[in-house]
Design a protein around this ligand. Sequence first.
Ligand code: FAD
Ligand code: NAP
Length: 338
Amino acid sequence: MQPQSNYPLRKLNTFGMEVSARYFAHAGSIGEIRELILDPRFNSLDQIILGGGSNMLLSRDINGLVLKNDIRGIRKIREDDQYAWIQAGAGEPWHPLVRHTIGLGLSGLENLSLIPGNTGAAPMQNIGAYGVELKDVFVELEALDRSDGSLVRFGAGDCAFGYRDSIFKGSLKDRYIIVTVTLRLSKIPEFHIEYGAITQELETMGISALTTDAVSQAVMRIRSSKLPDPARIGNAGSFFKNPLCPVSRMEELREQYPEMPVYPAGEGKAKLAAGWLIEKAGWKGYREGDAGVHPQQALVLVNYGHALGSEILGLANRIQASVEKQFGITLEREVNVY
Ligand code: FAD
Ligand code: NAP
């Protein structure tokens, strides 16, 4: 648990940024995390909590403590006829947790199969895919308050979950370290297969009797065929969120671009596809040195080898400016930048 100095982070972030941490430590328990964050050597320095490093862009060396949250453990803490309550340590890798719960005969996480990263980061942006979000199954989390090391519980109503958003990215940013997450999963499956290509994929797979496992397998197959694998090409998934705009603005844009995809977002808002806007603005497949826009997924910025964080950020800024200029739509970053 003794922190190491000048620790290379390249292998610990999926963008593959070649930066280092002044101090780096793994912590496998609440006690170890508490000890580190309150240690006078580190408590006045920047402290970054690291999960799987799949939703961050490290744009500089970190002149502080990078703490890898490795709290493990998955347990069923309660059940009734319909549901089981599963608590997982923040350091549990997300996709194996999904597969584990499916193995227990539980449903609720199948659409979130193959999302990289660890369980502790899932509430940070209320991870979502194929029409399902973490908040749909979330019960509560436990987190350490960085200011005094106290353990605090947050129920669903405390987390201000939104579209790829939560209070931990907003007003409580950098305040808490999530240590466990509790989910309520169903013994009676409720399928969500109307989104994207899931139905079609299930047909291709020849599935006639729908199961939770089959939906998970379909999602895994779609994702593996479409998304760039960070093990082969550095990326952090969608760099920007899909923008929400007033329906009136969406209708104006639709007059100009009738083929533009739009989705209802409630409260007089429409959701636009950021990937489509970026592609239409001419960026898909663009490359400058080792920083680029993925040729098949315009929403994903990539590191072809040795791109600097500043180069990825510079590219992201130019994309934002050009989308703003062409469509009057502001793209917001989804990836956490340090
Ligand atoms: P990290 O990148 O390590 O951390 C992300 C942020 O959370 C950082 O600010 C970090 O400090 C903070 N953090 C991490 N752990 C904790 C903790 N325990 N307590 C407090 N703060 C913490 N996301 C989706 O929502 N849906 C998708 O479908 C999806 N697909 C992806 C596909 C690819 C190929 C990639 C590379 C990424 C994808 N992502 C997706 C983004 C990412 O995988 C998720 O956001 C994931 O939850 C990040 O987990 P992580 O452990 O890697 O977080
Ligand atoms: P896709 O199915 O090609 O769809 C493109 C975009 O349209 C998505 O961003 C999705 O929004 C939206 N969309 C599609 N069908 C929709 C519907 N029925 N209702 C509302 N919105 C709809 O997307 P993809 O790139 O292959 O990704 C598939 C899923 O995985 C998506 O949910 C996506 O968010 C998720 N994913 C996320 C990341 C990340 O890093 N955050 C990376 C890869 C994939 P939403 O994004 O809001 O779902």
